[in-house]
Design a binder for this molecule. Sequence first.
Ligand code: PAF
Length: 281
Amino acid sequence: MQTAYSKEELRKVLAPLRGGRVVLVPTMGALHAGHASLLRQARVLAGDSGCVVASVFLNPVQFDNAGDLSAYPQTPEADLELCRCCGVDVVFMPTPEMMYCADHSVSVEETHLSGVLCGAKRPGHFAGVCLVVSKLFNLVQPTDAVFGKKDYQQLAILRRMVRDLDFPITLHGAEIVREQDGLALSSRNVRLTPEHRAAAPGIRKALLAAADSYRCGVSAEDICAGVCAVLERIPGVRVDYAEICDAETLHELTDCKRPALLAVAAYFGEIRLIDNIELSR
Ligand code: PAF
């Protein structure tokens, strides 16, 4: 495995590895078993003749809250070890100064899917994601990229970006990886208090119960109100949103025969957790 700390090093390291598939897994570090599953999926896609590239970059421009950025865990040594174990060929680990010129002034903004769910609650977040991912696409020039479905809206927005900007890249969505108790893996989980960590699997339980209710024909409004009520019974928990939307457009579900998505974001103390479940009738 090779590690590139600058754009120049990355270009040099990647040049002889091109020819087959180049599969990129963008991450912000603090890697866990959820990332490992993305990296292993990338390894399978790349095959023996292809190359897997992981980027580890805590992207400042996608944080709408300075406190969240400074508290974000950073574990570069362990990240490199995990990448090695998952068969990664190249890790790209730049600093913010290397990624962004001090006077950078170009934005990449998706304007339809970004206005709802997390996008409505975190202004500028998805523009920051689109900016860094398009830079990574230009730098790595992958044939494929893998993203997790926990960030369902992110994946939908990036699919739209690839389509609308003609990036010649195939995106792959990877299933959510969970702890045994159902909590979706997240780099933020380590920041939960012991009480909130014990209560956080309640999100998954609420989503599973909601999926049953949806199948039984309960209205979206009642289901979402139920999810909020269950979660807000936990001391110190505030639901940011719980919404059922069209799984493709992420906007209002107008035909209940179409695939739907229930997405939830909730603050457990200071820590914002997200999760989702696909629904069908
Ligand atoms: O999902 C993430 O970890 C980030 O949003 C991403 C895609 C690596 C961009 O910084």
